[in-house]
Design a binder for this molecule. Structure first.
Ligand SMILES: [Zn+2]
Length: 88
C-alpha cells in the first residue's frame, strides 16, 4: 500500500519457535504490533481494504491493490465481524 505516494512492500519473517517439551506439538509464531494473528497483511492495509469495500466493488479494490477478490472479501468480513463483536 502506498505511503505518501510511494509504493511500499513490507517483508518480514516472524520468529517461529518449536516447543521441545514432550506434551505438545506447539509451534508458536511471534506476534507483531502491526498485524493481527495469522494475517499476512498489515492492520493498516486490512482496514483500508474494508473501508474501500464500503464504497466500491470488491473486484475494483482487488485490482487497485493487486490482490485477489477473496483477500479483499475476507478483510471486509473481518471488519464486519469485528464491528459486530464490539456492538454486542
Ligand atoms: Zn510444549
Amino acid at each position: 500500500m502506498a505511503w505518501a505516494g510511494h509504493p511500499v512492500e513490507l517483508r518480514y519473517a516472524p520468529v517461529r519457535v518449536e516447543c521441545a517439551c514432550a506434551h505438545c506439538d506447539a509451534a508458536p509464531v511471534e506476534m507483531v504490533a502491526w498485524a493481527d494473528p495469522y494475517q499476512r497483511r498489515t492492520r493498516r492495509l486490512q482496514q483500508r481494504l474494508a473501508v474501500s469495500a464500503a464504497s466500491m466493488p470488491v473486484m475494483h479494490i482487488a485490482a487497485i491493490h493487486g490482490l485477489s477478490w477473496l483477500t479483499v472479501r475476507r478483510a471486509e468480513g473481518r471488519a464486519i465481524d469485528g464491528a459486530i463483536g464490539e456492538a454486542l
